[in-house]
Design a protein around this ligand. Sequence first.
Ligand SMILES: Cc1ncc(COP(=O)(O)O)c(C=O)c1O
Length: 328
Amino acid sequence: MNKSLRVFDNVVEAIGNTPLIRLNSITRDFPCPVYAKVEYFNPGNSIKDRIALKLIEDAEKSGALQPGGTIVECTSGNTGMGLALVALTRGYKCVFTMADKMSKEKVDILRAMGAEVHVCPTNVEPEDPRSYYSVAARIAKERGGWNPDQYNNLSNREAHYMSTGPEIWKQTEGKITHYVASTGTGGTLIGTGKYLKEQNPNVQVLGIDPDGSILKHWFDTGEVKPELAKVYAVEGMGEDFIPLNYDPQYIDHLETIYDKESLLMCRRLAKEEGLFVGSSAGAAVQGVVQMKDKFKEGDLVVVVLHDHGSRYVGKIYNDDWMKEKGFL
Ligand SMILES: Cc1ncc(COP(=O)(O)O)c(C=O)c1O
């Protein structure tokens, strides 16, 4: 078999090496090219396959995950999908907790992949015993499971330092000047940003943070203010605490985006670019458009599109839902 033509022995080997695809319509009046790192080409349709593999491999090495063991994680769905894929190929069981604002599709998909899923209320403090953080910790304790804790486990950002960063550097032949990504746990932004800045300290690392998250206030002022957190519609990004994967020395700027513009940008990406993406990808491209003044001729911008739109058909791509929420 010719493995240089992407022939694999199992689904896990197909993780990574996603394409960069130039945006041609939305950024038509930009002074420089903008390329999207389209992460839905991963087998679990999101960037999170990369971290799932690294989290599991590191836990196998440290002995935290034993043969036949149970993986317990709180996830907005994509990390769960990645963990489920890797777990299937290696004989582990998966139990996931999710916030109830997440798409029903995400829950169904995880269940289809053999995982046990617990849906928890969004509108409670992280310390509340009902929160998806607390429920995951409790189940891990009760069942002797391993909790990968993608928020505070540094294997998360390390996965991006080892794969996403080097891929973007090679794909742009070292010409990237601005790296843009929606940020949640911080893994994608910090791991990739660190790698790129080590190759060229002038690369600007620009994170996209939703209105209602506390990350931007923390980055700009150094203050952690959980009381500033509000519920928002874009999924998988923003936080109400500061995960350990953050390291502000690798961030140049965080840009605030709003739900309506971000979700409408998803629709434009589908119609104008043929890229059918999830809400954090629309948010990232909306952020790129808002930051247009930062870019000049000769620059090369890369923006990460974290996941596929199929998990959001009942929301972003449904006119009734969009109208009901006031986004159309
Ligand atoms: C759809 C989506 N977008 C963006 C992110 C944020 O990426 P990171 O957690 O690496 O900061 C996530 C992470 O959960 C996600 O699932």
